[in-house]
Design a protein around this ligand. Sequence first.
Ligand code: C2E
Ligand code: CA
Ligand code: CA
Ligand code: CA
Length: 276
Amino acid sequence: KKQQRTGYVYFTNNMGVEIRERVRLMRALNSAFQKNHLFVVYQPQVEISSAKAIGAEALLRWKTAEGKYIPPDQFIPIAEYSGLIIELGDWVLRNACFELKTLLKKGYDDFKMSVNVSQAQFLHPEFLNSVRRAISDTGVPPHLLDLEITESMAMEDPIFLMETLHQLKKIGVKISIDDFGTGFSSLSYLQKLPIDQLKIDRSFVNQIVDANSSASIPKMIIQLCQSLGLSVIAEGVEELKQAEALVSFGCSYAQGYYYSKPLETLMLHEWLGQRL
Ligand code: C2E
Ligand code: CA
Ligand code: CA
Ligand code: CA
């Protein structure tokens, strides 16, 4: 009984710390957003065979006043929890569209911009309008904007999902399923969704050339895309060997440190300039 009690006390203490930490982060994130300590970086996406850039993914960054970087894996869930993600996500989307417009003006024709959409954003009643506004305010061609949703979101509310995806198709944007293979989508359901691309999760790309592990999952995803007429891109490509394996399986596009880390806009322009 005594042990049970201590166990209980220990547990609540820990929870208190966790909640306090969450509240602290939430406040800090809010003020970071107001103070312009958040910014967007862009990770190039390439065609493997030619190593030419085809687009980029917008990724959010938080640099504190002390110069410390807080990873998005830590603060995005907080932003989702507090609701700030609605405003923040819209801000990222607008930044990404402006950047896309700049690149198109510079002559990077057909450059695509991928933007992550969180579950709370996707479910928000103003989501479709915010996509329409970002497009009309910046004048980017909708088909060059690619919205990344995750597999778990795709499982949440099938009817609402289908309706929202069809509305997005009407707007003319592309839709990708991010981190594909980590959730448990039913394949027959997937087939019915009006999506354009699957992104093979980094965890599978990591193991692709391991002698001990098989490449059967990425192979299967690539074949699935071929038979469903979907585009496929691999994320987290860190070595030439991985890119080569992907090409041999029929995957044409990749993103990862092997090509480039996510870059601030100036560096992105420099990186692209060197590739011409
Ligand atoms: P994600 O959408 O799967 O983004 C890919 C993550 O993999 C990025 O991490 C990127 O920097 C990292 N990455 C890219 N290439 C490589 C590689 O070769 N090796 C390794 N080890 N990592 C690589 P990041 O920027 O830390 O973002 C983490 C996650 O945070 C993202 O995962 C996404 O889920 C979320 N996130 C980031 N920005 C946003 C945003 O603007 N909105 C929303 N809703 N989520 C975001
Ligand atoms: Ca993503
Ligand atoms: Ca991903
Ligand atoms: Ca991921």
